[in-house]
Design a protein around this ligand. Structure first.
Ligand code: GDP
Length: 308
């Protein structure tokens, strides 16, 4: 059973629910027997990394880099894990993972992703976090396809105690986004978090709509949206890469929030997406509650990925 992801300075108890084993047990099996590391052992390490969804190219690069780091030292499983961990953390840190800067007010945050990834919940979690830091924020329901989605955001807004910019179901999402930016300006808000409809990255017209929403925001307030956050479900594996590429092309993704890390031992897709898009991960979702959003810590993530 994988250990829960614990992040220094982050949230304390991050639940583990029925996960299958990840890289940890495989590393221990590969190196359990002794101290010498053969080429075959390294190949098995590469396979274990691929099985955890980090991607074939990245797995090969990580193994090469770890071998380089260990070149002059006799290494056991802890040494190998340490070398891989340092390499993974360095790669994540190099693109700025972990540090989220809202920037000068107002900040328009556009949330994108496929259905069910946890977008609306993540909007609420981040709004709650920003509010507790003393920021004045509002939510905007640009998911106008479903009345239930607008209602869900309203309920979160009430619970957190922040205003929700919304129109009726079926309204133009661009109009909601326009209202959201206007509200940010008029009310002197620090941030508006815009929830968009979940969409399959393969549906061209829906993806074009995202481009339109972004353009509306940009025209109303040049330089915005400051952040376009892709909400990515860690449990979907390699399919996350195709999603990330499509959203990046159509919505100009600037960072990633990985959800449901509490529900998988194969969270390697987080690293794979960072490698592919070269954008940082700022937060991870580790449960369904408002407090279950932790700042992303590259080293803790790498440790979790390799140990559990
Ligand atoms: P959306 O369709 O992308 O807006 O997704 P929702 O925000 O409605 O979330 C879909 C489901 O995922 C809900 O049941 C959420 O409670 C759940 N969820 C969201 N984030 C997390 C997370 O980090 N961990 C877990 N375990 N569940 C999550």
């Amino acid at each position: 059973m994988k250990r829960p992801l614990r992040q220094p300075g982050g949230l304390a108890s991050l639940g583990v629910r029925g996960r299958s084993p990840g890289i940890g047990p495989r590393l221990r099996a590969i190196f359990g027997g002794g101290s010498s590391i053969s080429d075959a052992s390294w190949e098995e390490v590469e396979e274990a990394l691929i099985a955890a969804d980090v991607g074939a190219g990245t797995a090969l690069e990580l193994v090469d880099a770890a071998r380089g780091r260990l070149a002059t030292r006799a290494a056991d499983v802890n040494g190998v894990r340490g070398a891989l961990r340092d390499e993974i953390a360095a790669r994540l840190t190099a693109v700025g993972s972990g540090t989220f800067d809202l920037g000068p007010s107002p900040s328009i945050l556009l949330f994108v992703g496929v259905n069910g990834t946890g977008k609306t919940t993540t909007v609420a979690k981040l709004a709650s976090r920003l509010t507790s830091e003393g920021r004045a924020v509002a939510l905007a329901a640009a998911d106008t396809f479903r009345a239930a989605a607008i209602e869900q955001l309203r309920i979160w807004g009430e619970q957190i105690g922040v205003p929700v910019v919304a129109q009726r179901a079926g309204a133009d999402p661009g109009a909601v986004a326009f209202d959201a930016v206007t509200a940010a300006d008029a009310r002197g808000l620090d941030a508006v978090l815009i929830d968009t409809a979940g969409r399959l990255h393969t549906k061209g017209h829906l993806m074009t709509e995202l481009t339109k929403i972004r353009d509306v925001v940009q025209r109303r307030l040049p330089g915005q949206p400051r952040h376009v956050l892709l909400v990515l479900d860690a449990t979907i594996g390699q399919n996350g890469i195709a999603q990330a590429e499509a959203f990046s092309a159509d919505a100009g993704v600037t960072s990633v929030i990985v959800t449901k890390l509490d529900g998988t031992a194969k969270g390697g897709v987080a690293l794979a997406v960072v490698e592919r898009l070269q954008v940082p991960i700022h937060f991870v979702g580790v449960g369904e509650g408002l407090d279950d959003l932790a700042p992303f810590d590259p080293r803790a993530y790498a440790e979790w990925l390799l140990t559990a």
